[in-house]
Design a binder for this molecule. Structure first.
Ligand code: SAM
Length: 272
């Protein structure tokens, strides 16, 4: 899969691409990522990419011509992209579903805004505008990297064991189950710094089921934990979740248990 990133700070995106999963996928040729310095598409001696806003007001605006030239050059060198994404806090909210959709495209260009943003006419050349959340960052470089990382993980061959992607949070509308690694027992002191270590010390243990070697039990425990977490932290996700029969059953058990707990509490408080 091909990605192109248009930015005035190439070093800001090159560094994160040079390590970890993305780096390995680039080295293997599974991903083809090119970073383009917007200043290379200016025509003046000072390589100016921004100008003051018409109508006045604070800040600067990224000029349209260098961006149009950069997009033309990318199309000429690398072919017509399937999507040109403008990073913008005003865009559609990026999500795991969006990542899945974009991971099926062969070639995506990201345009990174800066300052007050890009000249409005650039929106004529972009196919979509995406935001990574309801907050404002100083530039589109981090959002572009966030989206590329999330999209690339879904491209076959990028993550070594594809089961880990399938089990990731949000993949089926569920948060991931808790993970543990060695040691099976961890000596810790208590959280209260006022209590001396020798009196607060305890042991944090890995749940017995994970050490049991009983794979059917482990699978069921993980399903229950993923459902419990989702119910506690993000019940909204369960509306769109695709659950198997066993998960549906566990979810009903959890919901019935909670309902019974609530009713018990209500009767208790009414009786008091
Ligand atoms: N004045 C703009 C507004 O209120 O919509 C914000 C400009 S912001 C300081 C500069 C650039 O950072 C934007 O053009 C965009 O490329 C990027 N950016 C900031 N927050 C973002 C977000 N939440 N998602 C995606 N891109 C963002």
């Amino acid at each position: 899969m091909k990605f192109d990133i248009v930015t005035i700070f190439p070093a800001m995106v090159e560094q994160p691409l040079a390590s970890g999963i993305l780096r390995r996928a680039i080295d293997r040729g599974t991903l083809d990522v090119k970073v383009h310095d917007l200043r290379d598409f200016t025509t003046d001696r000072h390589r100016v990419v921004d100008d003051v806003p018409y109508g006045g007001g604070p800040g600067m605006v990224l000029k349209p011509e260098p961006i149009f030239r950069a997009l033309d050059a990318i199309e000429a060198q690398r072919g017509r992209p399937a999507a040109v994404v403008l990073t913008s806090p005003q865009g559609t909210r990026f999500s795991q579903d969006e990542a899945h959709r974009l991971s099926r495209l062969a070639h995506i260009v990201f345009v990174c805004g800066r300052y007050e943003g890009v000249d409005e006419r650039v929106r004529d050349r972009v196919t979509e505008e995406l935001s990574i959340g309801d907050y404002v960052l100083s530039g589109g470089e981090l959002p572009a990297l966030v989206m590329i990382d999330a999209i690339a993980r879904l491209v076959p061959g990028v993550v070594g064991d594809e089961r880990s992607v399938e089990e990731d949070s949000f993949s089926r509308g569920l948060l991931d189950f808790p993970q543990y690694t060695r040691p099976a027992e961890l000596a810790v002191r208590g959280p209260d710094p006022e209590i001396p270590a020798e009196r607060s010390a305890g042991t944090l243990k890995v749940p017995d089921v994970l050490l049991s070697g009983n794979h059917a039990e482990i699978r069921r425990w993980r399903k229950r934990e993923a459902l419990t977490r989702t119910l506690d932290r993000r019940p909204d996700l369960l509306r769109g979740a695709s659950l198997d029969e066993e998960e549906e059953h566990i979810l009903r058990e959890l919901q019935d248990g909670r309902m019974a707990g609530l009713q018990k509490g209500k009767v208790g408080s009414e009786g008091a």
